[in-house]
Design a protein around this ligand. Structure first.
Ligand code: ZN
Length: 205
């Protein structure tokens, strides 16, 4: 169950000079207060969505909400509402969400850079996750046996699974073919550009 709802917090109260109370006629008795209402999920504020404003007479304690606000008070109340900002913490949830997106993007670009670096300088033991060209839901592995000059010797895994991270299921020695084949680094680069190589892992480092 997801617990969500709305909540409010007091932001600001200020006296309204020069206005007599429309009810008890006390001079200088009126105060304006602004609140901020926000949506929350598990009590973490997500974003503010309204700023209710009330006027209160400190003398007779009469309270007016925005609908009932006397016209002597209304324009000051609207001006105060306009210049009052919701506190930053009412944006906590959205802030966390944006931070998480940014973190995810940073991690994935770091991963892509590491993949490109490994592919540009192959080493024995590197493992490439490859996607089947006909059936793009199936993934398998290629393992680098040796790399000399421009030529990379690989063995193909003999299994395919429907999982874009097949390493933990498929990477055991008996699941690889015994017959190596060769590709050039250029061919590997093309496979990566086409999206046929989706990941590069260099284990044990
Ligand atoms: Zn009053």
């Amino acid at each position: 169950m997801i617990i969500y709802g709305t909540n409010g917090a007091h932001v600001h109260t200020t006296p309204l000079p020069g206005v007599a109370c429309p009810r008890c006629s006390a001079p200088e008795g009126i105060q304006l207060s602004v609140f901020s209402r926000y949506a929350h999920i598990y009590w973490i504020p997500l974003f503010p969505y309204s700023k209710p404003t009330v006027a209160q007479c400190g003398h007779c304690q009469q309270v007016w909400d925005e609908k009932a606000m006397p016209k002597e008070v209304r324009s000051s109340s609207q001006a105060l509402k306009k210049q009052t900002r919701a506190p930053f913490w009412h944006w906590t949830g959205i802030g966390l969400f944006v931070a998480a997106l940014g973190w995810g993007a940073a991690v994935s670009s770091q991963d892509a850079r590491a993949n490109a670096a490994f592919l540009a300088a192959p080493r024995a033991g590197d493992i490439y996750t490859v996607r089947s060209t006909e059936d793009t839901k199936n993934y398998s592995l290629l393992k680098v046996v040796s790399a000399k000059g421009n030529t990379v010797e690989l063995v193909a895994n003999e299994y395919q699974i429907n999982n874009s991270h097949p390493l933990s299921d498929l990477n055991s020695p008996e699941k690889y073919s015994r017959k190596p084949f060769s590709l050039t680094q250029f061919e590997l680069q093309i496979m990566q550009n086409k999206g046929e190589i989706t990941d590069v892992d260099r284990l044990g480092n």
